[in-house]
Design a protein around this ligand. Structure first.
Ligand code: SF4
Ligand code: SF4
Length: 157
């Protein structure tokens, strides 16, 4: 038995109920194919919104109270075009207040500012590496991505 938790993009969660993530857990497909043991899903939650300050806290809760051994960051953290939750100023303030490690904070701010200015939203979460690192600091493995992609699911039908 392996206990896993999944953290998804809060922005994306407004449009998605997590069906592909949850289906992949059941099928042991996508990044869950690596587990030969039975999977117990001990948590399925969002990052809490940009800049993902709540992700490590939620991971900590899954580890402490439910024994999570692996935390998966969902595909939408890596593949979606998230609509940043909040203005540039609000996100900068949240970054500054975060109790979690600030990794190249300027890079995130610059990347996000460029996106907002150009009207082109980032193709991946600008805070993904920060979230991953801060969760890893809790002593748990973080796996990038979750499900197989739709064309793979179709091929199996
Ligand atoms: S990875 Fe896909 S299925 Fe999972 S929460 Fe994100 S959008 Fe939904
Ligand atoms: S873009 Fe990143 S930090 Fe913002 S809600 Fe999505 S996963 Fe969380």
């Amino acid at each position: 038995m392996v206990k896993i938790g999944i953290i998804t993009c809060e922005n994306r969660s407004l449009l998605c109920a997590g069906q592909n993530c949850l289906g992949s857990v059941s099928r042991h497909s996508g990044t869950f194919a690596r587990y030969t043991d039975e999977i117990e899903l001990v948590g399925f939650t969002t990052c809490g919104g940009c800049p993902g300050n709540l992700a490590p806290k939620k991971a900590e809760s899954m580890i402490k109270y439910s024994g999570a051994e692996k935390i998966h960051l969902s595909c939408c953290v890596y593949r979606t075009m998230p609509n940043p939750s909040g203005s540039m100023e609000e996100i900068e303030a949240k970054l500054a207040q975060s109790p979690w490690t600030q990794l190249n904070q300027d890079d995130y701010v610059v990347e996000l500012a460029k996106s907002l200015k150009s009207g082109q939203l980032p193709h991946v979460c600008p805070f993904k590496d920060r979230m991953k690192k801060n969760i890893e600091m809790l002593g748990v493995e973080v796996v990038e991505r979750t499900h197989e992609h739709l064309n793979e699911i179709e091929r199996k039908k």
